[in-house]
Design a protein. Structure first.
Length: 426
């Protein structure tokens, strides 16, 4: 998932809101955990990130409960492995932990995360029904919920309205066919049709994977108690063909090398007409370009409307010695008056719009609405997402950057790659 960095003006407004609820009747008894300490694992606290906002929000929790909240900051690339290592060793270093959506299933099955259903049943504050269904589904394994949304990252197509108008589009492309037509027209006028992190493992299964999902396809499917790859079919071959048509409108060097900086440069300069991203994309771009952006439902194929759903979550470390207090922290974060202020993006709550800042009201509602169509790159209980995406990237580049291989053979090659990743990790 793309890590968000929100604007400093928005940060200030959100932080102030954390301390502006003094007149509210307390829902919980103060001092119930007087003298205790709570340890929270996050991936950093750079100003404007989720970690920063959680640390700021924790000050209110400390005051209300009379506890000390300590934070352990670990780089994103090391965070999940640290969780696995500490959990396997029997350590109780953490109480509340950051977990990315793609890792919830793996962590749950490894016994790293505590199931939360019993806590939720007893709570008057934190209820699954308060959240958009897709944000709870992504954190559920075998019928149990293991984490609450920290930030719901809903990604879809975002266009530059000026580029669309210059190409003769009154509205954003609604279908995959219209999107391919847009790409070809953009190339003909020397625009970059789409700016993405093309060098990222997120490209095949997440960003370009949306063109598969809206056409009714999937990367994997469950067969009994096991998983199998699901690309060796007509829909998989059609996906390859569509991706090739899109990539044919993009320079080869761009496909091979575009990173975050190059992506933002292309969008900020007005050269790129489209990207795939979340609400954080508006915060990341300059004000002049931001005013030209329009968020649109993702182009549909033969399947249902989809939006890519990922994000960060908060769970209870299964080895924690302070589980009840840890759940109280989750309750505090999930409270509607805290949820948005402690989140660098969408909180996942159904009532999130009631608590948007004035700046957020300009562009967050579209993403909130699209959340109902949110889908992950695989079902929630498939726990080999990282292994699959890593294995798929080089093969995906090989079969989509060139059209030499027939599409059905290319789909089978990718299918075999996914199946090998599944078989090798049984």
């Amino acid at each position: 998932m793309k890590r968000r960095l929100i604007s400093m003006g928005l940060v200030a407004a959100m932080v102030l809101s954390l301390f502006g609820c003094g007149g509210k009747e307390e829902k919980k008894a103060e001092g119930t955990a007087e003298g205790k300490e709570l340890t929270v694992l996050i991936d950093g606290s750079t100003e404007g990130t989720d970690g920063y906002l959680i640390k700021e929000g924790a000050k209110g929790f400390e005051e209300e409960y009379g506890v000390k909240v300590n934070f352990v900051e670990t780089p994103y690339a090391e965070l999940h492995q640290k969780l696995m290592n500490v959990g396997a060793s029997g350590g109780s270093d953490f109480d509340v932990v950051f977990v990315e959506s793609d890792f919830v299933s793996q962590m749950a099955k490894a016994g790293i995360l505590e199931p939360l259903d019993t806590y939720e049943e007893k709570s008057d504050i934190l209820k699954w029904d308060d959240f958009v269904q897709s944000t709870i589904e992504r954190n559920s394994v075998d019928g149990s919920v293991y984490a609450i949304p920290q930030v719901a990252d809903v990604q879809t197509t975002i266009y530059n309205k000026d580029v669309l108008a210059d190409l003769g589009f009154e509205n954003p492309p609604a279908t995959i066919e219209e999107f391919i037509d847009y790409c070809e027209k953009a190339k003909a006028k020397d625009y970059l049709p789409m700016a993405l992190r093309f060098n990222s493992t997120a490209i095949p299964c997440q960003l370009m994977g949306l063109f598969l999902f809206t056409d009714g396809g999937e990367f994997v499917e469950k067969e009994g108690d096991s998983w199998k790859a699901a690309l060796d079919n007509e829909t998989g071959a059609k996906w390859i063909e569509n991706v090739r048509k899109i990539f044919a409108a993009i320079d080869g060097d761009t496909l091979a090398t575009m990173d975050d900086m190059a992506m933002y440069d292309a969008l900020n300069s007005g050269k790129a007409g489209c990207t795939i991203g979340g609400a954080w994309m508006y915060d990341a771009l300059n004000e002049e370009v931001r005013e030209k952006l329009i968020t649109a439902p993702f182009p549909r194929g033969a399947g249902e409307q989809k939006a890519l759903m990922s994000g960060w979550n908060l769970g209870i470390f299964a080895n924690s010695k302070n589980k009840d207090l840890a759940f109280q922290f989750l309750e505090y974060k999930a409270d509607p008056e805290h949820a948005g202020a402690m989140t660098a993006g969408l909180s996942g709550r159904k009532d999130a719009e009631e608590y948007f800042t004035e700046e957020q009201k300009a562009y967050y509602p579209q993403f909130q609405e699209l959340m109902q169509y949110g889908t992950g790159i695989s079902p929630a209980d498939f726990h080999l997402r990282s292994e699959m995406t890593t294995a798929v990237l080089p093969v995906f580049q090989e079969v989509t950057f060139s059209g030499d291989m027939p599409a059905d053979q290319a789909a089978k090659m990718l299918n075999d790659t996914i199946q090998k990743a599944i078989d090798d990790n049984k």
